[in-house]
Design a binder for this molecule. Structure first.
Ligand code: ADP
Ligand code: ASP
Ligand code: MG
Length: 456
């Protein structure tokens, strides 16, 4: 068995869905389980609809729903053009879901309040719609596909918008629901990103980009042979190709390196994707759905070691500094400090300490105000918004020291606010101004991955 996850662009329109069907057809012997994202951009639109409706802008929200409905129906009509009956059935099934979405938007307008729970209810429509559409398209192409409601399998806790998967319950549900479909020689198709809260069954989501995570959780639950992440680039590259034009394909990479890259800005994989695969030793492949013949990137335990594997970066990071000359060296200070972050469920990316202060970066500022109030009980707090982080990742980065010297000299005159080398020595991260992330990534990439000159 393998898991094949198709991201938003890989199911973005009829042509992409037809390509995905081709990929699955070529893998039927390997017993694929399919996980799909929402059609590219649909989740953003859904989140805007929720906001508009809650702000009372119902007409705008309903218009956006109609545009999204038209997009789904138009792609269905292209895909099912040879089967009027199936086309009519699927169009009415999708339309009924859009009616339900419109009713939810109206309810939100009346309530005038947008809770994380209602955000998830609305955001989940993207994957639920695409799963229905993809099943119909796959059947049209001769694949014996069956829709699996993600909410029956992806059991989570009740933290809306970033729910924690309940691994035992997912394992049990995957064995009970997905396995028999595979055993019957059919292809289960499930929406990613979406789940439901254990006990209540209320719809939850795993957080943005979470379909990768759904794929690896299902893969781990069923101990599959490989997890394939089909996306819009050739694999994991030496940097985000939107930032560094000549980024190169990484053919093999270690689990730990891939995980660091994902956590420090390489959006191609959701940061949590690797953990379930590592626990079961399942290889993860990142592949381009527009070029299925490409080798892609293979992520395993035993990738060859390299000083510098790739550069990642992200902006929109907040740097918090807590100064406490009296308390820093006292026992228990660090514990109290990190308890504050734990209490506010805010994860810390980079940490550096001095005699009198601790600096940390955070990505998620939804609970920043409450966090800072609690941190003030420990010392003086300063906050720097609009920072960014740039990370250089490689399994033997810290060996010998020359890579680090080259990295720092490449950064040159870009101001560095903080610097941290991970304890495993595979990740050197610098905190810079948000608008310096891209230039810093380009400079570092130029030094470690000089463009190969192609002579005419
Ligand atoms: P999907 O919808 O398939 O999940 P995403 O948009 O979430 O796709 O992720 C793919 C994108 O990740 C690419 O288009 C690319 O711009 C970005 N990206 C960032 N860093 C990297 C990297 N190191 N390698 C490849 N892609 C990267
Ligand atoms: N559709 C969701 C998002 O855009 C999940 C995903 O695509 O991974 O965040
Ligand atoms: Mg993604």
């Amino acid at each position: 068995m393998i898991v094949c996850k198709f991201g938003g662009t890989s199911v973005g329109d009829a042509a992409a869905i037809a390509r995905a069907a081709g990929i699955i057809s070529s893998r039927l012997e390997r017993q694929p389980i399919v996980v799909v994202s929402a059609l590219g951009g649909a989740t953003n639109v859904l989140l805007q609809i929720a906001e508009q409706a809650a702000k009372g802008q119902l007409i705008g929200a309903l218009r956006a729903i109609e545009t999204l409905r038209d997009r789904h129906l138009a792609q269905t009509q292209i895909l099912l053009k040879d089967d009027d009956e199936a086309c009519e059935d699927i169009c009415s099934e999708l339309s009924a879901m859009f009616d339900e979405l419109a009713a939810l938007a109206e309810a939100l307008k009346t309530l005038g309040d947008l809770t994380p729970r209602s955000l998830d209810a609305i955001a989940s429509f993207g994957e639920q719609l695409s799963a229905v559409l993809v099943v119909a398209a796959f059947r049209q192409k001769g694949i014996d596909a069956e829709h699996v409601d993600a909410r029956q399998v992806m059991i989570t806790d009740g933290q809306y918008t970033r729910a924690e998967p309940q691994v035992d319950a997912i394992g049990e549900a995957a064995q009970r629901i997905i396995l028999p479909i595979v055993r019957a020689g059919r292809v289960p198709v499930m929406g990613g990103f979406v789940g439901s809260a254990q006990g209540t069954g209320v719809t939850t989501t795993l957080g943005r980009g979470g379909s990768d995570y759904s794929a690896s959780l299902v893969g781990a639950a069923l101990q599959v042979d490989a997890i394939e992440i089909w996306t819009d680039v050739d694999g994991m590259l030496t940097a985000d190709p939107r930032v560094v034009k000549d980024a190169q394909l990484i053919e093999r990479i270690g689990f730990e390196e891939a995980s660091e890259l994902a956590s420090f800005g390489a959006k191609v994989l959701h940061p949590n994707t690797i953990a379930p695969a590592v626990m079961r030793g399942i290889p993860v492949l990142v592949l381009n759905s527009s070029r299925p013949e490409g080798a892609g990137t293979l992520i395993t335990f035993d990738a060859p070691r390299r000083a510098v594997r790739a550069i990642a970066g992200k902006s929109g990071v907040t740097l918090l500094k807590v100064r406490s000359p009296r308390m820093l060296l006292t026992e228990g200070f660090m514990r109290s400090l990190f308890e504050v972050f734990e209490r506010h469920r805010t994860s810390v990316d980079v940490v550096a300490t001095s005699e009198v202060s601790v600096s940390v970066t955070i990505d998620d500022t939804t609970r920043l105000e409450a966090l800072v109030i609690d941190l003030r009980a420990l010392g003086d707090v300063s906050m720097e918004r609009n920072r960014g982080i740039v990370s250089i990742v490689g399994s033997s980065l810290s060996e010998g020291g020359s890579s680090m010297a080259r990295a720092l000299s490449a950064i040159g005159d870009i101001q560095v606010h903080m610097l941290s080398l991970s304890s495993s020595g595979i990740n050197l991260t610098v905190v810079v101004d948000g608008d310096q992330v891209q230039p810093a990534m380009q400079r570092l990439h130029g030094v470690f991955f000089p463009a190969v000159e192609v002579s005419a």
